[in-house]
Design a protein around this ligand. Structure first.
Ligand code: FAD
Ligand code: SF4
Ligand code: SF4
Ligand code: SF4
Length: 379
């Protein structure tokens, strides 16, 4: 029976919860807002299935990619609204055109994030774009298995541990499954996100949120909330408190400090990431709208990339600018103090106190806000 003694040992993939034959594992959110499983010993039949599917207990082997590519989606509109090189949309469109099903992370009604399945091109916008908080997997592995068994094509996307959880849950190879991992730095606490959101926009109705708005560029992206009444909250990502806290690792899930799924261990067919550093390494493949870094791990993955211009690049070079493929997140030294004060203190001040923003960044923020005001007036 699964028992979480140390929070570092559970990435929250929900594989155990979905696998339990007597459904005796419930999910609860801890004081930091992360979800964990808790089995009911009175109902448990001691079958051990929950432990068999846990990525933290049964690590998959490390793998090197077959190829590493620089890729840019040639559709400029798609590239603009995607976080990196727009490769997710390219792959998803192929699967949907073949009457397949695509799983990925979408906003829920309260702007938390959970995994859903889509079957039409119109629904793709729900999954497109990185949402920087942990997505709840809920029952999506079971749902994916159901589609796979009917022979329908399934593309399942998520963070590396979510893909590893899926692989272990399924326990067999399906020719009709394409598993796509998004290279993952770590996932922030859903509780911190809700607190930040409510403090920032109050009771205003939200129309859309983008963690990676390319209005200010791919490398220099912005965090943007569009309100239903047309008003906007936009900040350069590097000046935005939430993004600053995320990238400083102050409110990441504890398991991200010892991520079980790095370096190909997820069992994915394809990995998607940002090709940071492409400007210096391969200026010929640099696109100011975003260049994606794609790794293929299987022949199925290679096959899926056919039809989009891919430029083969060296993995070792790319890793120098994108350490996330191998390196785990380091705990912020004030993480414990941050969570202790979270309930009582103003969240923006708390983040700014522990993750200081430089004087230069504050000036830049003023300039960008001025530009946005002028642009809104011109509109
Ligand atoms: C939490 C998180 C951390 C990341 N950290 C890094 C990093 O350190 N370095 C790096 O190079 N890339 C990172 N990425 C990946 C990067 O942000 C892009 O998602 C990826 O490059 C694909 O971009 P795209 O333009 O092809 O597609 P997009 O349309 O931008 O991405 C959509 C895809 O992202 C998935 N997705 C969105 N939010 C979540 C979520 N919360 N949980 C699971 N899946 C989600 C969707 O299911 C869909 O598959 C991270 C992504 C996430 C979600
Ligand atoms: S051992 Fe079996 S019955 Fe018990 S919690 Fe795990 S999966 Fe459920
Ligand atoms: S890592 Fe996944 S399978 Fe393992 S205990 Fe946590 S939720 Fe369950
Ligand atoms: S860093 Fe690893 S453990 Fe954390 S969410 Fe990402 S893939 Fe999962």
């Amino acid at each position: 029976m699964i028992e979480i003694r140390d929070k570092h040992d559970c990435c929250g993939c929900n594989a155990c919860v979905q696998k339990c034959p007597v459904r005796c594992i419930r999910v609860y959110a801890d004081e930091e807002g992360f979800q964990y499983p808790a089995a009911d010993a009175k109902v448990c039949i001691d079958c051990g299935m929950c432990e068999n599917v846990c990525p933290e207990i049964n690590g998959l082997p490390q793998r090197q990619p077959l190829h590493t590519f620089a890729v840019v989606n040639p559709n400029r509109q798609i590239l603009k609204i995607s976080s990196s090189g727009g490769v997710f949309t390219y792959l998803a469109e192929k699967i949907l055109a073949d009457d397949g099903v695509v799983f990925g992370a979408a906003f829920d009604v309260d702007w938390s994030v959970h995994h859903i399945a889509i079957t039409t091109i119109e629904e793709l916008s729900l999954l497109r774009g990185s949402k920087y908080l942990q997505s709840r997997i809920e029952d999506s592995y079971r749902e994916a298995e159901m589609y796979l068994k009917t022979g329908r094509k399934v593309m399942f996307t998520g963070t590396s541990c979510q893909i590893e959880g899926l692989r272990l849950f399924l326990r067999k190879e399906y020719a009709n499954l394409l598993a796509v991992e998004c290279l993952c730095h770590g996932v922030p606490s859903p509780l911190v996100w809700q607190k930040y959101l409510r403090q920032t926009i109050g009771d205003k109705q939200i129309a859309n949120i983008s963690f990676r708005d390319k209005y200010t560029g791919w490398e220099n992206y912005s965090f943007r909330i569009k309100m239903a009444e047309g008003e906007e909250f936009t900040e350069l990502s590097r000046n935005n408190a939430y993004m600053k806290g995320f990238l400083s690792n102050i409110f990441l899930r504890p398991s991200c400090e010892q991520c079980p799924s790095k370096e190909g261990r997820s069992g994915s067919d394809i990995l998607l990431a940002d090709y940071w550093g492409v400007k210096f390494l391969h200026p010929e493949y640099y696109d100011k709208g975003g260049t994606g870094l794609v790794m293929t791990f299987t022949m199925k993955g290679e096959e899926m990339m056919k039809g989009i211009p891919c430029h083969s690049v060296a993995l070792e070079e790319a890793k120098k600018y994108n350490a996330g493929f191998s390196c785990r997140a380091h705990r912020h030294k004030k993480r414990a103090q941050f969570f202790e004060k979270l309930e009582k203190e103003d969240i923006e001040s708390l983040i700014r106190k522990y993750c200081r923003v430089s004087f230069l960044s504050r000036i830049e923020k003023k300039v960008i806000n001025l530009k946005i005001k002028i642009r809104n007036k011109v509109k």
